[in-house]
Ligand binder design. Structure first.
Ligand code: SME
Length: 165
C-alpha cells in the first residue's frame, strides 16, 4: 500500500473514536499488516519526570523492554536527543537493546505534542537497511497524526477519544 494511502487509513482508524490507546493499537496493527518490512511496530510513552520510556501499544513479538531509561538503546538515545534515529545495521551498534536475533534494522521517531516530547514510534525490521528517507518522512507525518492520541499516563484507558475532551 502506498504511504499516502496508509496515512489516510491510519487517520481513519484514529478518527473512529476509540479510546486513545486503542487508536494507537489500530495504527500498529495496520502498519504491521500492510508494510512487509515493518516486523515490529510499537509506541513507547514518555514519562519525562522519570526520564523513562514505557511500552505502549504494539504489534509483533512480545519484548522484554517494557521500560527503557532515557539514554539506553536506540529508543533511549532518541528520547535524549529528541531526534529520529535510523539504524541500518543494529549489530554495529554499541548502545542497542536487542529484542530478537531476527531484528536487523530499526527506526525510532519522536512524537511531540505542543512542542513537548510525549512518545516514540519504534519499528524493527528483519531486513537490514529497511528504512529509507521515504519511511522517515512517512513516520514523521504519522507521529504528528498520532500525537493527540498518546495517553497522558501509559496504559491510560480512560474510555475517551481526544475529540471528546
Ligand atoms: N531495540 C530498541 C529496544 C526496543 S525494541 O526494539 C522493541 C532499542 O535499542 O532501544
Amino acid at each position: 500500500m502506498k504511504r499516502a494511502s496508509l496515512i489516510e487509513r491510519c487517520r481513519a482508524e484514529l478518527e473512529r473514536g476509540a479510546p486513545r490507546h486503542v487508536g494507537l493499537q489500530l495504527v500498529c496493527t495496520l502498519l504491521h499488516g500492510e508494510v512487509p518490512r515493518y516486523d515490529w511496530v510499537g509506541f513507547y510513552i514518555a514519562i519525562p519526570e522519570e526520564q523513562l520510556l514505557v511500552l505502549g501499544p504494539y504489534e509483533g513479538a512480545p519484548t522484554d523492554h517494557l521500560r527503557i531509561p532515557y539514554g539506553r538503546g536506540i529508543c533511549g538515545q532518541a528520547a535524549e536527543r529528541l531526534e529520529t534515529f535510523v539504524v541500518g545495521d543494529v549489530g554495529a551498534q554499541d548502545n542497542y537493546l536487542a529484542c530478537s536475533i531476527h531484528v536487523k534494522s530499526e527506526i525510532v521517531v519522536p512524537v511531540f505534542r505542543d512542542g513537548a516530547f510525549v512518545a516514540e514510534i519504534d519499528i524493527d525490521s528483519h531486513t537490514p537497511h529497511a528504512f529509507s528517507a521515504e519511511d522517515t518522512a512517512f513516520l514523521t507525518e504519522l507521529a504528528t497524526l498520532c500525537s493527540p492520541f498518546v495517553p497522558a499516563i501509559p496504559g491510560d484507558n480512560d474510555g475517551h477519544s481526544p475529540a471528546e475532551r
